[in-house]
Design a protein around this ligand. Structure first.
Ligand code: ZN
Length: 141
């Protein structure tokens, strides 16, 4: 599958201490009507919840990391699931010793500070549907 899209609006903003990182980024997309796009962010979190997809079991395992951490990189995309914008993002974090780790961003990650950029894309919308080969909600052809 391959689509050609064009750059559209760029939104830049910040989140506030205590907000849920994934839920707020998703809310921004819904509030601003972004249905297709890319997203990036840097900042810091008070705690994090990330997932790792067990390909054999076909289920997500979730890890909770406590303590202050830097957001080294949050990268993701915005597409549609059940007609609503969803953010699929992966996050790399670092601890006080500089050790890095991360995963599939899940709800439950609390913002300390966050600066984000959302690039809206113009083109045919992408809809997520369950993919039999992986058990994941992937983009429909
Ligand atoms: Zn993922």
């Amino acid at each position: 599958m391959l689509r050609e899209v064009s750059p559209s609006r760029i939104l830049i903003g910040k989140l506030y201490r205590g907000e849920d990182l994934l839920e707020r980024l998703t809310a921004v997309c819904r509030e601003k009507g972004v249905r297709l796009g890319r997203i990036e962010a840097v900042g810091a979190v008070e705690r994090a919840r990330v997932g790792f997809y067990d390909q054999r079991m076909r289920t997500y395992g979730f890890f909770d990391f406590g303590g202050p951490m830097e957001i080294l990189s949050l990268l993701g995309n915005i597409s549609l699931k059940d007609g609503e914008p969803v953010v699929h993002a992966h996050i790399a974090l670092s601890d006080a010793a500089g050790a890095a780790f991360g995963g599939h961003l899940a709800a439950g990650t609390k913002v300390y500070a966050c600066e984000f950029l959302i690039q809206e894309l113009a083109g045919t919308e992408l809809h997520r549907e369950m993919d039999e080969a992986t058990g994941l909600p992937l983009w429909k052809e």
